[in-house]
Each structure stands twice: as C-alpha cells, then as structure tokens.
Design a protein around this ligand. Structure first.
Ligand code: AMP
Length: 312
C-alpha cells in the first residue's frame, strides 16, 4: 500500500504556472483550494470536495496582506506550515502541490514590503496601499462586496477578489473550491468568474463544524475556553431560527431579533445579523425564496462569522 503523499512545495509563481501547464499538457485537470493556512478539517473538506472534480490538486497557503486593514489581525494571524503539510498528507489522495509564495505583491522593484507600501506580516500591518511603484490594480465586485462583512471591512473583498484573481492567473486551475462558511466570499468569487469570463468552475462546499456546532475557523484558536463556550450561541440560535422558519415564521425581523438577543445574552457583540437572498445577498423582509441567515459577532477579540441556508 502507498504511504501518505508528500506534496511538492512551490514558492515561485513562475514555477507554479509551469507545473500547472505541464499537468495540462499531460491531459490532467487541476483543482485549486486557496487558503491562508493554519489548516483545520474545514479546509481539508474542501480538498476532499476538489477530489471529486479534478485529477491533480493545488492548495495555496498565503496570508494575503491585501485583504487586511491596518487595524486588523494580519500580524497575529496564526500559522503552522509544517503542521499544515502533515494535515494535507492525511487526506486520502493527498495534494500534489502546496503553493506557498512569500510575497505575491513583490514585482522585483523593491517598492512593496517597505514602510511605504507596507505588507510585512510582522511589524507593518497594512493593506498594500500607496506602494508607488508597487501594486495598484484591484478587482472589485461592486455591489456584492458592500453589504454584510463589507460594511465593517470595506477593503476586504477587494483584497480577496484581487488575490484570487492572481492565484487563478498563476495556478490556472480548472476548478476552485471555496467554503460556504465565507458565504459572501463564495458568491463574490462566483460572480467575478462569471463577469470576467474566467474559465474556471467554482464549487461552494458546506460548512465544517466542530461536534458542538461551532464553525471551524483558524481564528478559533484565539478564543478562551469561556469565549468558545459562549460562541456556541451563534450556531445554536441560527439553527433555532431555521427551525422556526420551517414552522412558518417567515418574518425576517423577528427571526433576526431572536438571534441577536441570544448571542448578546451569551456576551457576544453583534457586527451584523441579516437574512439575505442566497444569490443577490440583498436583505429580504419575508422568507419566500431561498435565503441565507448571515451573522458576524465578536467574542472577546475574535470576530466570528457563520451562516445557515434556509430554503424558503
Ligand atoms: P481561510 O484559510 O480562512 O482563508 O479559508 C480558506 C477556505 O477555507 C475558504 O474558502 C473558506 O471559506 C474555507 N473554510 C474555512 N473554514 C471553513 C469551514 N469551517 N467549513 C468549510 N470551509 C471553510
């Protein structure tokens, strides 16, 4: 029997593209799972999903400075590269390549990554602004990026859409898998791929949860045991809202208020709680078609997001 497959680690974007092209020349289809590392079962479930669609697999591990505002948690974002590789090797079928670039905004001109352009993880904590000779092209999905997480994180989806575009251009995958945990992100990437005619199939994969219902997230490691316990109120109240909708409670405001109350009672600070159309992400007053109940809430210093689809 074959042992676990050790992935090839590629850090150079030209080498990455060459690898993909050589695979394609051999008639193989390529799957990409973009991640920021500190992998958990949620990420691995995306890889398992990718295995259903393509023949070779790339997981990218890159903490993208372009999606963090200066006041966000770029410098404390957790990482464990060696642990990540071990976890990837535990997935049946494994992964062929881990793409782990150092700095995808470095164009060899020495203008980003310094105090002006500021993208270093330790020390300068910035979205790649005002880099002068550096990076200045951004992809925006104009309307979808504005609501939900976009309200409190105005440059976030610009950074996500741009880095995903860069990864698509470097890896040239046939299929890319995103988690529905980041529902708005998945919808934004799907729309971007349609609007910009990328020849890539986007798959949305279900949320992986801990046994007690907490949505898996790299950021959960920053929760104290007490905060973690309290954070269970998110999934519990969302599940109750879904059950209530199933029993005929279709008024969004009532459902939202109940969830807000439960999360606040547990000590959470709500960023947003909204029921929106699954495609357009526009708020709905009454649930008459498929919607998704999205929430973001702070427990201590950790901002958690979660959602639940309600078929309507
Ligand atoms: P991240 O490393 O947090 O940027 O996430 C990389 C990918 O994993 C994104 O497509 C996320 O939506 C997905 N992901 C993260 N957590 C989960 C989860 N609990 N269930 C499913 N997908 C997830």
């Amino acid at each position: 029997m074959e042992g676990p497959k050790e992935p090839k680690i590629i850090t150079d974007k030209n080498e990455m593209r060459e690898w993909s092209r050589s695979m394609r020349a051999q008639g193989k289809t390529i799957g990409l799972v973009p991640t920021m590392g500190f992998l958990h079962q949620g990420h691995l479930s995306l890889l398992e999903e990718a295995h259903k669609h393509t023949q070779v697999f790339v997981v990218s591990i890159y903490v993208n400075p372009g999606q963090f505002s200066p006041n966000e948690d770029l410098s404390t974002y957790p990482s464990d590269f060696n642990g990540d590789i071990k976890k990837l090797m535990s997935v049946p079928g494994g992964v062929d390549v881990v793409f782990h670039p150092h700095n995808l905004y470095d164009y060899g001109m020495g203008s980003v990554g310094n105090s002006e352009g500021g993208i270093e993880r330790d020390g300068v904590v910035s979205c790649v602004e005002d880099g002068g000779l550096g990076h200045e092209t951004w992809v925006r999905v104009e309307r979808l990026e504005k609501g939900l997480c976009g309200k409190s994180r105005p440059i976030f989806f610009r950074g996500v859409a741009t880095i995903v575009t860069k990864l698509f251009n470097i890896v040239e995958p046939d299929v890319a898998v995103f988690g529905k945990k980041d529902y708005q992100q998945w919808r934004i990437i799907t729309r971007m791929v349609r609007d910009l005619d990328f020849s890539i199939k986007i798959i949305g994969s279900d949320i992986a949860r801990e046994k007690d219902g907490l949505a898996m997230s790299s950021r959960n490691v920053h929760l104290s045991p007490d905060e973690r316990e309290k954070a269970l109120s998110i999934n519990r109240s969302l599940s109750k809202a879904k059950a209530a909708a199933g029993m005929g409670q279709m008024n969004s405001r009532d459902l939202i208020n109940t969830v807000i109350e439960s999360v606040q009672e547990a000590g959470g600070k709500i960023d947003y709680a909204e029921i929106v159309d699954q495609e357009s992400l526009k708020a709905v007053e009454k649930i008459t078609s498929p919607v998704v109940f999205c929430i973001a809430a702070w427990f201590g210093k950790v901002r958690l997001i979660d959602n639940i689809e309600i078929s309507g």
